[in-house]
Ligand binder design. Structure first.
Ligand code: F3S
Length: 412
């Protein structure tokens, strides 16, 4: 027997418990959770998912019955028609975007876990030359859709071409980069194929028991990480944040197939026409590709304080980053922001100066090769992910560091 108590004062009415266990909980008129059936399977797991710990349970509930691939197929036979993993190999102007290689790396792992092939969809005009890099990056088969109407990205033609290809190959998983193009394209495809889409994933894996895709992404302003499944429809689709997934070492000896896939496109398919592309001249921070990043947070204190961060970055030939607080206070521009609401980065060296290390900030930089944290507060959260921690005032530590680096012949 389970005993379930909900602290109404704590409940924020987010509905997570209800979504996770609709037989166990419901929301009342005041938008507060109430217990429907304390013995429903999954009551305890749903209580654990409450972001404010408003639900107390005593005893053990029936675990939720896993839906195996076979059970899902039995309930909906069309699910079993789908097999394989596909990535959208995004290119612009004939250059493969780095996120496409990241998707290949993660897609390869997922395909190997499932024992299925990894496909890449390459759309554009005269881009066949990119296929070798895509195969070296991990793909077994590259579907090339070449058409002058695909030379520049346009939503309607790309969506039509991708839908045709997905309906032909029937992959069980399709991954896109969470770039401007991926965020525009993937929802159109999801709607046309009547399937789900999890946006902005930071982690992907295969559940051992069900063989379904576990799609993890930040939710509720980054306060919790939600893992989402798409049990009833195929393909399972995700957009993936650039800079998060690990690149595979390219292997030029890998063998793969290039298959030309025909899609009939005409001017009638073009809903919007691009007349001209004007590239913004503004120099924006290129944090995603940086090898070294020096970042400042609340402890920097002012826009003027960022001069010292910039000075250290100059010595190390590094990019300058900032925490959300630093950006919101106007000390540094938004394109420098690192974290869940900014950019996810993976440099070889990340130096966090005066950054407390909120979960949102850590989620965007904790995959860096080496993390050095400088902070006055020895209990700052940033030290939990730091390889080297320096407890001290950044305005004392950084000048000393610059001096030492210059004495060692670095940036002198
Ligand atoms: Fe949300 Fe249910 Fe907790 S509604 S706040 S998960 S009790």
């Amino acid at each position: 027997m389970m005993k379930v108590t909900i602290n109404k004062d704590d409940c924020i009415g987010c509905g997570i418990c209800v979504t996770q266990c609709p037989d166990g909980y419901e929301l009342n008129e005041e938008m507060k959770a109430v217990v429907k059936n304390p013995n429903a399977p999954g009551v305890k797991e749903a209580a654990e998912a409450c972001p404010v710990n408003a639900i107390l349970t005593e005893g053990e509930s029936e675990p939720m019955a896993p839906v195996t691939k076979e059970e899902a197929c039995e309930a909906k036979p069309s699910i079993c028609d789908y097999s394989g993993v596909m990535i959208f190999a995004e290119q612009r102007g004939g250059e493969l975007k780095k996120v496409s290689l990241e998707l290949l790396g993660r897609g390869r792992g997922l395909a190997d876990d499932l024992g299925v092939p990894l496909y890449a969809a390459l759309l554009g005009h005269n881009v066949e030359g990119l296929a070798a890099a895509i195969i070296a990056g991990g793909a077994d088969k590259v579907y090339l859709i070449d058409d002058p109407l695909l030379e520049k990205y346009n939503t309607s033609c790309y969506a039509k071409a991708m839908c045709n290809l997905i309906n032909f190959e029937k992959p069980e998983i399709v991954l896109y980069g969470a770039t401007h193009i991926g965020r525009d394209l993937a929802p159109r495809i999801a709607k046309r194929l009547n399937t789900g889409l999890t946006a902005d994933c930071t982690e992907l894996s295969i559940e051992a028991e069900t063989k379904m895709l576990l799609q993890t992404r930040p939710a509720f302003g980054g306060n919790i990480m939600a893992t989402i499944m798409c049990p009833d429809n195929r393909p399972q689709m995700s957009t993936v944040r650039p800079g998060i997934m690990k690149l595979l070492e390219p292997d030029a000896s890998r063998k793969g197939e290039v298959v030309k896939f025909e899609v009939k496109l005409s001017d009638a398919d073009v809903m919007t026409r691009i007349i001209e592309i004007i590239k913004e001249r503004k120099q924006v921070a290129n944090l995603e590709d940086a090898k070294i990043i020096v970042s400042g947070g609340r402890g920097v204190g002012s826009a003027d304080g960022f001069k010292i961060i910039k000075a250290l970055a100059d010595v190390l030939n590094a990019e300058v980053g900032g925490s959300r607080v630093a950006v919101e206070k106007g000390w540094i521009s938004k394109d420098h922001q690192v974290g869940q609401t900014g950019k996810s980065v993976r440099p070889n060296l990340y130096i966090a100066c005066g950054i407390s290390g909120s979960i949102q900030h850590r989620a965007g930089m904790q995959n860096s090769g080496c993390i050095v944290a400088i902070n006055k507060d020895p209990s700052a959260q940033i030290f939990t992910v730091a390889d080297i921690g320096l407890v001290g005032d950044l305005f004392d530590v950084i000048p000393a560091l610059i001096e030492e680096l210059k004495a060692a012949g670095i940036g002198a």
